[in-house]
Design a binder for this molecule. Sequence first.
Ligand code: SF4
Ligand code: SF4
Length: 219
Amino acid sequence: MIIAERKPFQEIWEMIRGYERIMVVGCGTCVTVCWAGGEKEVGVLSSQLRLRAAEEGRKLNIIESVIERQCEKEMVEEIADKVREVDAVLSMGCGVGVQTIAETFEEKPVFPALNTTFMGMPEREGIWVERCAACGDCMLYWTGGICPVVRCAKGLLNGPCGGTRRGGKCEIDPDKDCAWVLIYQRLEKQGRLDLMERYYEPKNYRAVKRPGKIEAAIR
Ligand code: SF4
Ligand code: SF4
């Protein structure tokens, strides 16, 4: 899922300077799960904004809303009536959500309240870890399902680098496991250690077209 975290309050406050009617919009999917932009976080941010406005004697009307998935235009269109009533929208979705709202209501300023950080998974309660950089050329078959692009500090496709610490820790960050030790151990468990001898060609990152687009056959 997509992981994000809230921007510092002051940055958000500066963005909405000059606007009186604001809609704070959360997203009910990834950012709800990672505690960054769900219903609760929309409520907390809205309260902080109201409090700050009261302290400064500034007029500020806030509407709170949560869309099930901000990255889907059909769902974003459901808030069209509310958006018409405000001067600006503060999105608590990921960068895709912000842009979907901005594309749907082009005449309305739409600001990001979150920083979208990575694609990851929950490790334990309150902690999420990066697992994929969407490189466009997945090599997980060869690496026992462990991505060296994001889990090796140097992004080495053919590891380890030679600096691995005792206990299988990374030379760059001793708190982290060396990705290539993990890959070795995983392949060993699967009886596929021969894959460690394979040379993986440098990735052709130019093959990753930006912006990405996939056209699935209509079923
Ligand atoms: S190799 Fe890593 S970064 Fe590339 S698609 Fe696979 S998991 Fe994602
Ligand atoms: S020690 Fe392992 S994870 Fe760290 S940079 Fe070297 S190969 Fe990558």
